[in-house]
Design a protein around this ligand. Structure first.
Ligand SMILES: Cc1cc2nc3c(=O)[nH]c(=O)nc-3n(C[C@H](O)[C@H](O)[C@H](O)COP(=O)(O)OP(=O)(O)OC[C@H]3O[C@@H](n4cnc5c(N)ncnc54)[C@H](O)[C@@H]3O)c2cc1C
Length: 589
């Protein structure tokens, strides 16, 4: 089979790239996949194919304008999944976004750049992920980053940041109310942390660093790692709008991945692509385990139930699904104190014009502009009502300097507000929940959605911690720094109101009332991970520390699926660092 080369073209017709062979076939042109495609094709003698199910990011304006990312949710650029009914959430199915375009979820997400806690990675290493401790990943965080200092953020030390990587980081617009949020945190005893991305960790309150470039545009791994010069490489072929339907194996006693099967859609013909060295799955924490299962790698009984021929019994495929639950508290804000005016198209036009002309202004906001990170066992914080003593909760953090609660601040209503209303949304997030879920197939068709079960709040510790986080959020809203910007009622019992529990008195509201409200309103941060985790052997993991699938030759996984446990923050930067390190590992073979 002769290779077909492309020049600066994204191919959609399988006749142009399939029935051909490559050294590496990368499945999924998302956050990790774009890094891999770029790095592995640096050597012109190495032929690489990247297969992406979605389209190009290049023509997607909303993937460029930071504040507009949410416009891509529930469109063709989003896989548009939902969870299975969640028992702890009144059997609700929770909407589960996943990016479906080059750059993947990193092209539609909220641009928060976070290294998370150093101890998160040291925990990975302790659990058997040799070579994935903080000291191993820190050089790759630095290698990937190109930080542009910002005059409004003098507390960020250039020596803590990478300055020669491909991926742009800096600061976009932050609404002045975020300063009030930081002050409100300080009032409660939570220190300002000007840069949460250092070995000192993320505890404290901060305005988020984002992946925004000097033109005020989103820097995804698609824009950063696949610029024109890389797309023009003769040894790199990129297929878009192409679904990988399964991995193909040799019939050896120990199976070897020899390529993949692809299709344009459910009814189109299937094509085969050969991989001479490796198939690398980078389809994300939902679709990577889905593909492994469709290909016959996973729990034997599940595969037999669906009549999928078994290639390898690997019980952990799809298990260990971790995510970060959140619940948005919309606090009624005074007119002019938030970005809600942008919901009015007439008022949005000047904002967009400013962005088009100068690359600055509110359009460069990432929406969730600030946050604080704390520990739920911090005795100095007012987590309880009326100064009651803290009930001990299980400490599930990776270390004493690692948070288990994040409270984000978004200067707008998280949900559509009544016309003319304004909202400051405080967003409590559990960064280290104890509930762990599972993903499995609904059928043997690659075109059917898998069953995603994050098992939200199944562990009682998680609900208790979320109640704690919500009550702390209510106290932030009533601090002297934030309250003047808001129009809170002294106390409200109307639990159906959009602005409840923002309007409730944190000392009068009961845990039971908060629990009921959380069950109705909880959502996901869309941080799913861990479904093909690194393990010491095939009973507790899917891949070994070199990210090779246990028992199979020529098959690796490189994406958020490999997290052994959950990071205590936003996972894109860890995924990029993992992909950088994995590229080195692969090229060293
Ligand atoms: C709405 C939203 C907001 C978020 N906000 C943040 C944030 O602010 N900060 C942060 O750090 N993280 C955030 N995240 C999480 C973060 O984006 C993900 O954890 C990260 O991008 C995962 O990277 P990945 O490479 O594992 O998967 P992805 O980036 O999702 O890439 C997977 C790619 O594989 C493709 N694919 C899947 N199946 C197939 C197939 N069968 N054939 C071919 N291609 C396939 C997909 O289309 C996709 O492009 C957010 C996520 C979402 C959805």
């Amino acid at each position: 089979m002769g290779a077909v080369f492309s020049q600066n073209r994204l191919l959609t017709d399988p006749n142009e790239f399939a029935n051909s062979s490559y050294d590496y076939v990368i499945v999924g042109g998302g956050t990790a996949g774009c890094v891999l495609a770029s790095r592995l094709s640096e050597d012109p003698h190495t032929k690489v194919l990247l297969v992406e199910a979605g389209g190009s990011h290049q023509s997607e304006l909303f993937a460029k304008i930071p504040v507009a990312a949410a416009q891509l949710l529930r469109t063709s650029k989003d896989w548009g999944y939902s969870t299975v009914p969640q028992p702890a959430l009144n059997n609700r199915e929770v909407y589960y976004a996943r990016g479906k375009l080059l750059g993947g979820s990193g092209s539609i997400n909220a641009l928060v750049y976070q290294h998370c806690s150093p101890s998160d990675y040291d925990e990975w290493e302790k659990k058997g992920a040799t070579g994935w401790g903080y000291r191993d990943l820190a050089p790759y965080f630095r290698k990937s980053e190109k930080f542009t200092p910002h005059p409004l953020y003098p507390g960020v030390k250039p020596e803590d940041r990478g300055d020669s990587g491909l991926w742009h980081t800096s600061y976009g617009y932050a609404h002045p109310i975020c300063d009030n949020f930081i002050e409100s945190a300080k009032e409660l005893g939570i220190p300002h942390n000007p840069d949460i991305n250092t070995p000192r960790g993320s505890i404290g309150a901060t305005k988020f660093m984002t992946y925004v470039d000097s033109k005020g545009q989103r820097s995804s791994t698609a824009t950063a790692y696949l610029p024109k010069e890389v797309l023009a490489r003769k040894n790199l072929t990129i297929a878009i709008d192409t679904i990988t339907t399964k991995v193909l194996f040799s019939s050896d006693r120990r199976p070897r991945a020899i390529g993949v099967e692809v299709a344009q859609n459910e009814t189109s013909p299937r094509f085969q692509v050969a991989a001479r060295k490796e198939v690398i799955l980078a389809a994300g924490a939902v679709n990577t385990p889905q593909l492994l299962l469709l290909s016959g790698i996973g729990p034997q009984a599940d595969l037999e139930d669906l009549n999928i021929p078994l290639v390898k019994d690997l019980p952990m495929v799809g298990n260990n699904l971790h995510d970060h639950p959140l619940v948005p508290i919309i606090c009624r804000a005074k007119s002019g104190t938030t970005l809600d005016y942008m919901a009015d198209p007439l008022k949005a036009v000047p904002v967009l014009l400013q962005w088009f002309l100068t690359g600055t202004g509110p359009a460069t906001s990432n929406g969730g502009e600030a946050a604080l990170f704390v520990r739920s066992d911090d005795p100095s914080l007012p987590f309880t009502s009326n100064g009651l003593k803290l009930e001990p909760l299980v400490d599930n953090t990776s270390g004493p300097d690692s948070p288990d609660i994040e409270i984000g601040a978004a200067p707008a209503g998280y949900r559509p507000l009544p016309r003319g209303s304004n909202g400051l949304t405080l967003i409590p997030i559990l960064t280290r929940p104890m509930s762990v879920g599972r993903l499995c197939l609904a059928s043997s068709s690659p075109f059917d959605k898998p069953k995603i079960d994050p098992n939200f709040l199944a562990h009682p510790n998680d609900m208790k911690m979320m109640v704690r986080a919500v009550r702390l959020s209510l106290r932030l809203a009533r601090s002297s720094a934030l309250a003047p910007m808001l129009e809170l009622k002294p106390d409200s019992e109307d639990t159906t109101d959009l602005f409840w529990p923002g309007d409730a008195d944190p000392d009068r509201i009961t845990d039971g009332e908060l629990e009921d409200w959380i069950r109705i309103n909880m959502e996901t941060t869309n941080h799913c991970a861990g479904t093909a985790r690194i393990g010491t052997d095939e009973t507790d993991g899917v891949v070994d520390p070199e990210l090779k699938v246990f028992g199979i030759d020529g098959l690796r996984v490189v994406d958020a699926s490999i997290f052994p446990t959950m990071v205590s923050g936003h996972p894109t930067a860890p995924v990029v660092a993992i992909a950088e390190k994995a590229s080195d590992l692969i090229l060293l073979q």
